[in-house]
Design a protein around this ligand. Structure first.
Ligand code: B12
Length: 306
């Protein structure tokens, strides 16, 4: 056994960038914990323990479930050379959460694999099949969001995958745009969908437009990075029943400008969506929606108002 006093749980947590509670859980659940003792008898992580944890963390970032990552790390001889970041065993995998009920985990793994392989035709096939089978809202929440979130996590952990993010986004925008607008829309007045000024993350508004189209509602999709005066002009010109503005990132989430949007004649229902918004500062005229089906319901209810 290693005779060095080693590191306490707090120091190891800081080094790996995970919470101390996570390390305790890994120890309890997977038996990957400190094997040393301090002179005072406290448990200490030895350099070999640390190497094992680093190996486990690399596997998790590469997409392995924690139990499997721990098993592999415990079986790896301590001191085995670390695989280069993001390219080791399983390095081509996107970490996926447990799928929501009703969704098919194999489908999400397939889309993640096709995305990592930059195989656009395979991605499009999987996305189109899911939309045709379950509709846009279910395909979005059950298949697409988990893969997007996984890619985001991989990017955050390693800086990799920006090309995957770009290609999957391009394919998705194409597939969502294929959902035909209703021939005879339910809504005589338009619904406007826009991203906040400088917000480039536009996929959710495309998904919303497609989901609305499936229910017979036609939307006017202004897309990414809509300047505030341009949205105001579109509202004045079209007299919409409902407007939804998306902010994905905190950088675009200051809602100060929303108050300046034209709000009446007829009454415009103002909805905001996305994790970027500063919720404490939303004007009382804006209602925050937190899920795609909720946005569809809210928009439809605005249409049926007198
Ligand atoms: C696709 C993507 C891109 C694409 C966008 C393409 C497009 N046309 O939209 C591109 C490649 C352009 C891009 C660029 C960048 N991106 Co980007 N991107 C993403 C990614 C992978 C998915 C975004 C998305 O569509 N999310 C929508 C859903 C999937 O996510 P969600 O909001 O968390 O969903 C929750 C709710 O909002 C709700 N929900 C889901 N869908 C819907 C729909 C509606 C209508 C409603 C109401 C609710 C709802 O349900 C979910 C559970 O609660 C995210 C990862 C992520 N976790 O989101 C990163 C992410 C948003 N990007 C990020 C970054 C840093 C960038 C860049 C700055 C650098 C980079 N990665 O290249 C640039 C610059 C962007 C800019 N200047 O604005 C960070 C943002 C970090 C932060 N907190 O600010 C993220 C989180 C990745 C990460 N983990 O680091 N990106």
């Amino acid at each position: 056994m290693d005779r060095e006093p080693g590191l306490g749980v707090g120091a190891v947590a800081r080094r790996l960038g995970v919470a101390a509670a996570t390390l305790r859980t890994w120890d309890r659940r997977y038996g990957i914990g400190p094997s040393g003792r301090s002179p005072g008898g406290h448990r200490r992580y030895t350099p070999a323990d640390l190497a094992r944890l680093e190996a486990m963390q690399r596997s998790i970032i590469a997409g392995a479930p924690p139990a499997e990552a721990a098993r592999a790390a415990l079986n790896e001889p301590p001191g085995a050379p670390p695989s280069p970041r993001g390219h080791g065993a399983g390095g081509n995998r996107i970490p996926l959460d447990e799928p929501s009920t009703g969704s098919d985990p194999a489908e999400a793994r397939g889309l993640a694999r096709a995305a990592m392989a930059l195989d656009a035709p395979a991605m499009a096939r999987l996305i189109r099949t899911a939309i045709a089978r379950a509709g846009v809202a279910e395909a979005w929440d059950g298949l697409i969001v988990p893969v997007l979130t996984g890619i985001g996590r991989k990017y955050a952990a390693s800086g990799d995958c920006v090309e995957v993010e770009h290609l999957l986004s391009t394919v998705l925008l194409g597939c969502l745009a294929e959902v035909a607008p209703p021939a005879e829309p339910l809504n005589p007045r338009p619904v406007l969908l826009a991203c906040a000024p400088e917000e480039q993350h536009s996929l959710p508004v495309y998904a919303l437009a497609a989901a609305l189209a499936e229910t017979g509602v036609a939307a006017v999709l202004l897309g990414a990075r809509v300047p505030a005066p341009a949205l105001a002009a579109a509202i004045r010109r079209t007299g919409p029943n409902a407007v939804l503005v998306w902010s994905q990132t905190a950088r675009t989430g200051d809602p100060g400008w929303l108050d300046g949007l034209p709000g009446s004649r007829p009454v415009v229902r103002l909805l905001v969506g996305g994790p970027g918004w500063n919720r404490d500062r939303l004007p009382s005229t804006a209602r925050l929606v937190t899920a795609l089906p909720e946005a569809v319901t809210e928009i439809r209810s605005a249409l049926t108002r007198p």
